[in-house]
Design a protein around this ligand. Sequence first.
Ligand SMILES: [Zn+2]
Length: 284
Amino acid sequence: MRPYTVTKINDDTWQIAEVYHSPAALPMYLIVGKEKAALIDTGTGMDNLRETVEEITDLPVTVFNTHSHLDHAAGNHRFDRVYMNCLEEAAARVKDGFAEEARREFVELKCMYDPEAEEIRNFALEHMLEYDPEYDIFYIEDGEEIDLGGITLTALNVPGHTFGSMVYLDRKNRNAFCGDAVNPRSSIGMFPGSPTVEIYAHSLRRLLALTPDIERYFVGHRLYSFSTQDVEDVLACAEEILAGNTGEPYPMIVSRKGPIWGRIHWHNGKRITFNENMIRKTEN
Ligand SMILES: [Zn+2]
């Protein structure tokens, strides 16, 4: 088996997803221009993603990470050229953080409640590839354009989930690829030194202001896209937290050592989990 599903979205765009269980998954996106292709994220590295990509295109493929968490960037070293925001590089170099064991545990925990996911879990336990952090990392900055030939992607920095989180816009097809910068359960302020909910709200306001032409915001960890209204709902959720809504207790990170507790607040089906000490760090 291959642990990926491949779905053609339009003539230029494929979704390649590592599917752990329904509805959780890690979608990656391949955008194929006339001269080059861009692969947005590389998953947990549970198999040779490059082979799957090369079945779709024989053009040179460059990786653009949305951020450097282990479920988005652990397949990076299989590709020749990798870009991410410079604020993400340090995390991508930490071999321990990407150890096969850590990534197997991640998939096991995701599959825990779904008996139908047993096959994928067993595959991941057996096939998780070694992560070699010594590959070249190139930097991509806010506002930079990526010319693929006939399609240009625009990179936007959307701090919130991490400081270096990037969203990639394909204005030709009216798509945005958001990683965890926008997802149905945005996780903000997981660690000290992370962006606050206030920074995240600012980022979403700016994203919406810069993307009036975008129709689909492909989110992290789900195989569907958000509309502009859905992104506005996430922003409203953040604004309610800033206005003093403290939500309910919620296990923000689950591991074998036990959960790390935070809070969760809902708005119109969208959720933000947050650390109550990381709502606002500015004085105003
Ligand atoms: Zn993440």
